[in-house]
Design a protein around this ligand. Structure first.
Ligand SMILES: Nc1ncnc2c1ncn2[C@@H]1O[C@H](COP(=O)(O)OP(=O)(O)OP(=O)(O)O)[C@@H](O)[C@H]1O
Ligand SMILES: [Mg+2]
Length: 298
């Protein structure tokens, strides 16, 4: 009897104090575009933060980004996408091979794709990260975008002399994104070969979450793997899942009971001692690499 007189659950959750509403806002999640992944991270990515999708070449980073972009567009959000290593035309073609039409969103003004040009001899120079972020922010503002995807991030933090400087560049990139575009949800990809052990690692990016894509050998074949390695404010199980890349769905995570796959700690990276934030003096500073962005309209 008492049970029948209780208000429905939905009604109860509407009546919250101001403090509770704040807590609700903090928990707002946005879909990755991969429903099985969303359910592993309490419904999706906490909104307004930066995430790293790291993995070996061919592990599916770009396809992951495309799924996220399409879901965001489907949800009515505007997106700025910078495919740094590939031409927008190629990206649109690859998306079409998976059954996805990115072009219509470009034409419709919901998706802004930026073509990237590096200056001559760029590989040996240091990128002016702050300028890159300022440039990107102006495109984001013009597009009215709430989502930003940079695929991959390395060329934007390039530095010729040492991985130490590149690590500082990585931190500067993340800080600048957060400071210049507060509230923006961004995905960045990173080529992380488990075997290289050199250069900038995903651990050098102070992001809110990290998803590692890779391969695992099973007898005579490789299987694709996905591991949520870090997600602030979220319980994660650190279980590596198998997935396939298939038309339409994109990334299809295979149903696995947590016991079936032994948790695998990602390739060990020795913890690094914190570094004093140092900036090279003006005289030491190598000439800045120019990175130019151009709107792509197809
Ligand atoms: N239409 C498709 N159908 C099935 N699988 C596909 C299709 N298109 C691409 N793939 C698979 O996806 C893989 C590449 O994925 P993706 O481009 O996302 O990798 P990546 O991690 O971004 O690689 P890179 O580091 O080189 O940028 C290909 O090697 C291929 O196996
Ligand atoms: Mg890629």
């Amino acid at each position: 009897m008492a049970e029948a007189s209780k208000p429905p659950r939905a009604m109860m959750s509407v009546v919250t104090s101001g403090k509770d509403q704040g807590a609700e806002e903090e928990k707002k999640r946005i879909s990755t575009g991969i429903s099985a992944l969303d359910s592993l991270i309490e419904g999706g990515l906490p909104e307004g933060k930066s995430y790293l999708i790291a993995g070996e070449p061919g592990s599916g980073k770009t396809i992951f980004c495309m799924r996220f972009i399409l879901r965001s567009l489907g949800d009515g959000e505007k997106v700025v996408y910078i495919p740094v290593d590939e031409k927008p035309t190629e990206i649109v073609g690859n998306a079409a091979s998976l059954g996805w039409d990115l072009k219509k969103y470009v034409t419709g003004g919901q998706l802004l794709m930026l073509d990237v040009a590096l200056s001559q001899g760029a590989a040996n120079k240091e990128v002016d990260v702050a300028k890159v972020v300022t440039d990107l922010a102006s495109y984001v503002t013009r597009a009215g975008a709430s989502r930003l995807v940079i695929d991959p991030a390395e060329p934007l933090i390039s530095s010729p002399d040492s991985s130490k400087t590149s690590r500082q560049q990585a931190r500067l990139l993340m800080r600048s994104l957060q400071d210049t575009m507060p509230g923006m949800t961004s995905l960045l990809t990173l080529n992380a070969s488990a075997h290289s052990g050199v250069g900038v690692d995903w651990e050098d990016y102070p992001v809110n979450g990290v998803i590692l894509l890779g391969f695992r050998r099973e007898q005579r074949r490789l299987v694709r793997t996905l591991l949520v390695n870090k997600m602030r404010g979220t319980a994660i199980d650190l279980v590596e899942r198998q997935f396939s890349i298939v038309k339409d769905a994109g990334i299809l995570i295979e149903a696995t009971s947590p016991e079936a796959v032994a948790p695998r700690v990602p390739e060990a990276v020795a913890p690094r001692a914190p570094e004093a934030p140092s900036q090279p003096s003006e005289t030491q500073k190598p000439q800045a690499e120019q990175i130019m962005f151009r709107e792509w309209h197809g």
